[in-house]
Design a protein around this ligand. Structure first.
Ligand code: SIN
Ligand code: FE2
Length: 219
């Protein structure tokens, strides 16, 4: 009798969904898909407490990305500089607490990337509309750099720029899709990174937007 076992049950394909980018940096494809609905519902609740706003840079430019925060610390920018603030400067009130589903997702992504016991206290929520971009920068307003950055993409695709430790270093262009998670820490913690201008489009989960959650241990 002919044996069909191999055809019916091919050996499992190698797990290319967890892609090492470089030492300390991982792209976890689709890692957030299973919790996309609770993530999006939580973002609505966070934005109801502290609405998305276009912050002003110290140099006086209006950021094209809309931002809000949850957690005990929130990242803000104004004419005086960048900082983490326990309160929303617009209302003077604390940011929304970090939802359990955010914490669990950030921790498990950090774990998979080799960073155990990640306890983020800050989650920046970024909202990109067509044309919004984030220029090349390092995340360096945190108190220490021993914890990784965990970055979750939802909605429209974007091109993530992942560079070196100097602004002028060549950057990789990494296409990010709905549900993808990027983690960078350890030797990759201070990498310059950014997002190219968002292209027009429609995504069934977010409409004409891309949402990004960036988890950090800031304080
Ligand atoms: C960030 O660097 O804060 C956001 C990155 C992203 O939107 O993917
Ligand atoms: Fe960043």
């Amino acid at each position: 009798m002919k044996n069909h076992t191999l055809e019916l049950f091919p050996p499992a394909a190698p797990d290319t969904r967890h892609e090492p980018l470089e030492p300390g940096a991982w792209l976890l494809r689709g890692f957030a898909l299973a919790v996309q609905m609770p993530l999006l519902a939580a973002i609505d609740r966070i934005a109801a407490i502290a609405p998305f706003r276009h912050l002003e840079t110290p140099g006086g430019f209006r950021m094209s990305v809309g931002m809000t925060n949850c957690g005990t610390l929130g990242w803000v920018s104004d004419r005086t500089g960048y900082r983490y603030d326990p309160c929303d400067p617009l209302s003077g009130r604390p940011w929304a607490a970090m939802p359990r589903v955010f914490l669990d997702l950030a921790r498990s992504a950090a774990d998979v990337a080799g960073f155990a016991d990640f306890e983020p206290d800050a989650c920046l929520v970024n909202r990109y509309e067509p044309g919004s971009r984030l220029t090349l920068h390092q995340d360096r307003n945190e108190r220490g750099y021993s914890d990784p950055i965990v970055s979750v993409s939802l909605g429209l695709p974007a091109v993530f720029l992942f560079g070196g430790d100097s602004r002028s270093d060549k950057q990789r262009r990494i296409p990010l899709q709905h549900g993808d998670v990027v983690v960078w820490g350890g030797p990759a913690r201070m990498r310059y990174h950014g997002v190219l201008p968002l292209k027009e489009g429609h995504h069934e989960a977010t409409g004409s937007q891309r949402l990004n959650l960036t988890f950090r241990r800031a304080g």
